[in-house]
Design a binder for this molecule. Sequence first.
Ligand SMILES: NC(=O)c1ccc[n+]([C@@H]2O[C@H](COP(=O)([O-])OP(=O)(O)OC[C@H]3O[C@@H](n4cnc5c(N)ncnc54)[C@H](O)[C@@H]3O)[C@@H](O)[C@H]2O)c1
Length: 336
Amino acid sequence: MKLLTVTDIRELVHIIGLEKFFDRIVLALEEDFGRWHEFNLSPRHATHYPHGVIELMPCSDNSLYAFKYVNGHPGNTLKDKLSVIAVGQLSEVEAGYPLMICDMTLLTAFRTAATGVLAARYLARHDAASLAIIGTGAQAEFQAIGFSRFFGLNSIRFYDCDSRAMAKFSANLKRQRWALMPCRSIIEAVSRADIVITATAAKKRQSLFEIGDIAAGTHIHAMGGDCPGKTEFSENLLRQVKLVVEYMPQSLQEGEAQQVGPGQVHAELWELIAGKKAGRENAEEITLFDSVGFALEDYSILRVVYELASVYRLGTELSMLPEPEDPKNLFGLLDF
Ligand SMILES: NC(=O)c1ccc[n+]([C@@H]2O[C@H](COP(=O)([O-])OP(=O)(O)OC[C@H]3O[C@@H](n4cnc5c(N)ncnc54)[C@H](O)[C@@H]3O)[C@@H](O)[C@H]2O)c1
């Protein structure tokens, strides 16, 4: 069984290249969302605490089984800890043996951005050139780089209530070609954007902006609201947008959709990819992808990373599991 640490993931991204790694994940997501009915799907198992959530996210097809352990603790950064930290496992289904255990903290940021990009390809205007990001914490740069792969961005406006998070975002992206425009308010950031990404962490109901604050034709990638009672938009805004979710049974509990119910949801993402429902239909409509993070996305990135780690011989082979000569003689391993 292979162990992949965060150092191995970092090395892998350096070998493949940041942009090409994104492309690979978007492609894998499109393939896997495109064969939606081949998967065993279920909402994640979430255990809620007053200050955060801990979740288990399983997903499998007939050859691979994946699951991720992930948290969401918005107050963690005040204690110099990440808000979101994750570990995943991939197993083969034939005998049920684990193949890989892997840090998934970076991978969660990559796959969340890649899923947002995939949705935006169906929901945003193809000529979208200006991006706004509200909340420039751990996820933000991944979003900016991911969206720049598929849209001809020339500017990114951004706002965070923490000025240090804004300075960090600018510093990390200073070598990119787009104009980076720090804003003094959410409204200043979103009012002239073609695509708006909301990635705030706050365990409460927020209303970051209203429908009148954005231009016709805007696409919103709403990824910060992902738990019961943790949302970023008002019911009023949600009733005026084309709302697309990942997986209805989970999104109705955890997403912005929890506020408006299934009647307001236009489609699940796979339906756009399969051509069963329309994506954007004109240049004027306002679309919103209600991203909460779904286990299929972790399955996709784990299978890609396992394949690449094998090709580039990354990670450490662990002899962690028992290998008795006689599989019925487990007790014999104790040597008593
Ligand atoms: N949908 C998904 O698949 C997915 C995946 C990963 C993370 N998330 C969620 O995305 C959010 C961001 O994650 P992160 O790892 O970047 O967290 P983070 O704590 O590193 O960053 C969040 C940022 O939001 C800012 N913020 C909070 N409230 C704000 C407000 N009202 N206006 C402006 N800025 C505000 C904070 O100052 C902070 O800098 C979290 O809520 C997390 O749970 C969702």
